[in-house]
Design a binder for this molecule. Structure first.
Ligand SMILES: Cc1ncc(COP(=O)(O)O)c(C=O)c1O
Length: 306
């Protein structure tokens, strides 16, 4: 089984943090692997074990034409030698992500928009399971309890390095949320010891709160301390010039590359909350860099890749 490298944990040097005397260490999951990076491997690992247990030959899953999840899944399939199939939102289009999925040997099917919206309907998977009887189905974004359980290892990655920063503890986590799976995994791993703040990359009506609650309930854990904060800036994948300027400035000041859909919005939302006084002087937070940098290539605003 592929084992991701240890993600560096680095102190972020940014003037708005210094001004508020808030320390933020960034866990660079974007650096664990050139292709299977960010939170993706953690969300996939328990699904892969489940596929193995049932004797499946591979994985079928869903996503959009820029999906970081499908990209990591296809790369893992090629590297580890298992079959992959991807069900895509919308109509056929060529993006750098789609070109990679094809190059990694993923079988692609475009569902249109209505077809993709039906993904939570009972019976959605039946025709696909008939077509790919040897593939194990994984929900959108590698979600569900299995996805969350794999994310517990993210906490271990940070814990192992706190002493390098001279920290003996921290006050909470801050990360981008798409489905809420990674946040749920960290909340489970923390069992209430530290709060997990989720910066929502999607609008509130996407049901993240309900998905997080359902994972926590299914796990049987009672104690979990988390909070969801709107960071979507008007919609998923909606980008504005203030966001792009913030990403460019942050990269100049800290050397950390961000992308506009998840990590850029999450850090900008943190800045706003820090400036609004949400965190007392002396607070220490771990910000998770959830990766996704491959998605920058296909982005219309085309941020340069460093
Ligand atoms: C780069 C990036 N960050 C964060 C997320 C959100 O993770 P989750 O779906 O576990 O909330 C995703 C995917 O959904 C992502 O691609």
């Amino acid at each position: 089984m592929f084992l991701p490298a240890q993600a560096p944990l680095e102190l972020l040097q940014l003037d708005w943090l210094t001004a508020a005397n808030v320390e933020v260490a960034i866990l660079r999951l974007d650096q664990i692997d050139p292709l299977i990076s960010g939170n993706k491997w953690f969300k996939l690992v328990e699904h892969l074990k489940a596929a193995d247990r049932t004797g499946a030959e591979g994985i079928i899953s869903l996503g959009g034409a820029h999906s970081n999840h499908l990209h990591a899944l296809a790369a893992a399939g090629k590297r580890l030698g298992f079959k992959t199939a991807g069900l895509l939102r919308g109509h056929p289009q060529q993006t750098p992500t789609v070109a990679d999925l094809q190059a990694y040997g993923m079988h692609l099917h475009w569902l249109g928009y209505g077809g993709y919206r039906a993904r939570h309907d009972p019976g959605f998977w039946e025709p696909w399971q008939a077509r790919y009887p040897t593939l194990h189905a994984v929900p959108e974004g590698g979600g569900g309890l299995a996805g969350a359980l794999g994310c517990a290892a993210i906490k271990a990655q940070a814990d192992a390095q706190l002493s390098h920063l001279g920290w003996n503890d921290y006050h909470g986590w801050w990360l981008a949320c798409g489905t809420g799976t990674t946040l749920a995994g960290l909340a489970l791993a923390e069992a209430g010891a530290h709060p997990v703040y989720g910066a929502l990359a999607v609008p509130e009506d996407h049901g993240v709160a309900a998905q997080v609650e359902s994972i926590l309930q299914e796990s049987g854990r009672r104690r979990a301390d988390y909070e969801l904060i709107d960071a979507s800036r008007g919609g998923f994948a909606k980008v504005d010039s203030a966001l792009l300027a913030f990403i460019a400035q942050t990269e100049l000041d800290s050397g950390v590359p961000l992308e506009p859909l998840y990590t850029g919005k999450a850090l900008l939302a943190l800045k706003q909350q820090v400036e609004a006084g949400k965190f007392a002087s002396g607070t220490r937070l771990v910000f998770v860099h959830t990766g996704g940098l491959q998605g920058r290539r296909g982005f219309p605003h085309n941020l340069p890749l460093s």
